[in-house]
Unconditional design. Structure first.
Length: 514
């Protein structure tokens, strides 16, 4: 049996093994329904132990099944496909946008759920506020590590393979919902974070390398914005709907159906044609390009590809975007994670808090289209600076709530501004990064920027672990200052990428036999 048949069998067999391993954990969870879904300090049964073994085996099988084959001898062609930059939008483009939007909703939903499980987890395990910070710390450490590792893997093994590997890890880490000890939750939360961190930069790289130049800007922002806002909306809405019925653990078990959904859509997820070309897999690249409406023509020099390269300040761009990413992570994995507990402390129930945040996310969701319009029609760096400014307004609004005369306004408006601004910031940041770095390092660069969007959260949660975290008001003032610095860096040193042809940025990709 050849490798071309063994690898698909390994992939699907691995998916089945991981799914079976997760299902073996469900009886333990279901038996706890009469005691408020509490599993703390209960011994693991044989099914759970066997399930863990199946998950490890399944992940290894899946990883092998996703390894790329070597290019076949004589695979090169004496024809050239017209570059994707010149292609009109086709149904294949729209399918890819829909699939990646769903993938990003699932991806963002995982870390966004942390703020909603912490109150219930803290009560069940009897944890102090400082001790429970280990959970988001482990998750953020996982997302940071995953962003860096998956970014490198995407440049070596391909965009599609790394997205699918992240998806199967989503499925496997859903057993976090059945862990009887807090230590096990920490370990599984690290793995869950690694899977979530790995998907984000790769999805943006794939979309940037597939969309035509004149459509790439708005498409990247809409997909990223809907993914981010949809992830927050899904996390808060599902928490409000399911936690009163099944407790906090149900939020982790949602990884099973959502991860399987991504795997089920794998047939709609193509590999990047540009990546395939750069690896000499010409026949496969031609098939992908043809599905996106490209045209065959005789091989020859590509004037656009030989044009002077743009974006030569790779180090400066990396530093600037890393600062912006760090600031965003302080909002998303610091302030927004602390907000549910802060609102509960102000007298709101967890159900009302979840509903409040869900309403804010729903209000902010349509504003993603404004970010896309600004990015594609006005200015890419201007849109990024504007989203940072809206985030600063939201943080400042939360500060004003504690001042006399402003407390009656309520938290909906500032939280909506904060969620809209941070959602738009992330929606613009990763597309902007994808248009700044050339093909050969795009996965790694996106991984670095995506990693920076987690590192600020590591600092915030590390401060909580050491019991030196600032008050929520202090965090808000710090973020306003950091957001102001970010606006200045983008305004002074940011490059304009609107309408950029990636052929002027990427090294020329050979399409004919040497």
């Amino acid at each position: 049996m050849g490798s071309s048949r063994v690898k698909p069998l390994a992939f699907w067999g691995g998916c089945a093994a991981v799914t079976a391993g997760v299902l073996l954990h469900l009886p333990m969870f279901w038996m706890a329904r009469h005691i408020g879904w509490r599993l703390a300090d209960m011994p693991m049964d044989a099914g759970m132990v066997s399930g863990m073994g199946l998950i490890l085996l399944g992940v290894a099988m899946t990883a092998y099944g996703l390894l790329p084959d070597r290019p076949l001898a004589g695979a090169a062609t004496n024809l050239r496909m017209s570059p994707i930059e010149d292609a009109p939008l086709t149904p294949a483009h729209w399918r890819l946008m829909i699939v990646l939007t769903i993938a990003l909703i699932v991806d963002v939903m995982k870390p966004a759920s942390l703020g909603f499980v912490v109150p219930g987890m803290r009560a069940e395990y009897g944890l102090a506020k400082a001790a429970v910070a280990w959970l988001p710390f482990a998750a953020l450490l996982g997302t940071f590590v995953g962003s860096l590792i998956w970014g490198v893997l995407a440049d070596i093994y391909g965009r599609r393979a790394t997205i699918l590997l992240s998806s199967i890890l989503f499925v496997g880490t859903s057993i976090c919902g059945a862990m009887p000890s807090f230590a096990w939750n920490i370990g599984m939360c690290f793995m869950m974070g690694a899977a979530a961190g790995g998907l984000l930069p790769v999805a943006y790289a794939l979309l940037a390398e597939t969309m035509p130049s004149r459509h790439r800007g708005w498409a990247l922002v809409i997909v990223g914005g809907l993914g981010a806002a949809g992830g927050h909306l899904a996390a808060s809405a599902l928490s409000a709907l399911l936690q009163p019925l099944f407790g906090w653990r149900i939020m982790w078990f949602l990884n099973l159906p959502t991860g399987l959904l991504l795997i089920a859509m794998s047939g709609l997820l193509p590999e990047s044609a540009k990546f395939l070309m750069s690896r000499g897999r010409f026949d496969e690249a031609m098939v992908v390009l043809a599905s996106f409406g490209s045209i065959l023509r005789p091989a020859g020099p590509d004037p656009a590809a030989s044009a002077p390269a743009a974006g030569t300040g790779l180090v400066l761009n990396s530093v600037i975007l890393s600062v912006v990413g760090l600031t965003w992570s302080g909002i998303n994995f610091g302030l927004l994670l602390w907000l549910p507990a802060d609102l509960v402390a102000r007298g709101y129930s967890i159900g009302l808090t979840s509903k409040l945040l869900a309403q804010s996310a729903a209000i902010a969701l349509p504003m993603v289209f404004l970010a896309a319009l600004l990015y594609s029609r006005w200015s890419s760096k201007g849109a990024l600076a504007a989203m940072i400014g809206v985030s600063a307004a939201g943080a400042l609004g939360l500060i004003l709530l504690d001042l006399p005369g402003f407390s009656d306004i309520g938290p909906v408006i500032p939280i909506t501004l904060l969620i809209f601004g941070s959602t738009g910031l992330l929606a613009v940041l990763m597309p902007y990064s994808s248009e700044l770095f050339p093909l050969r390092v795009r996965g790694r660069a996106n991984g670095l920027i995506a990693g920076s969007t987690k590192f600020g959260g590591l600092i915030a949660q590390g401060a909580s672990l050491l019991a030196i975290a600032p008050s929520i008001a202090g965090a808000e003032w710090f973020l306003v200052a950091a957001l102001t610095l970010s606006v200045g860096l983008i305004t002074l040193f940011g490059e304009e990428t609107r309408g950029r042809d990636l052929r002027t940025l990427d090294a020329q990709i050979p399409m004919a036999a040497e």
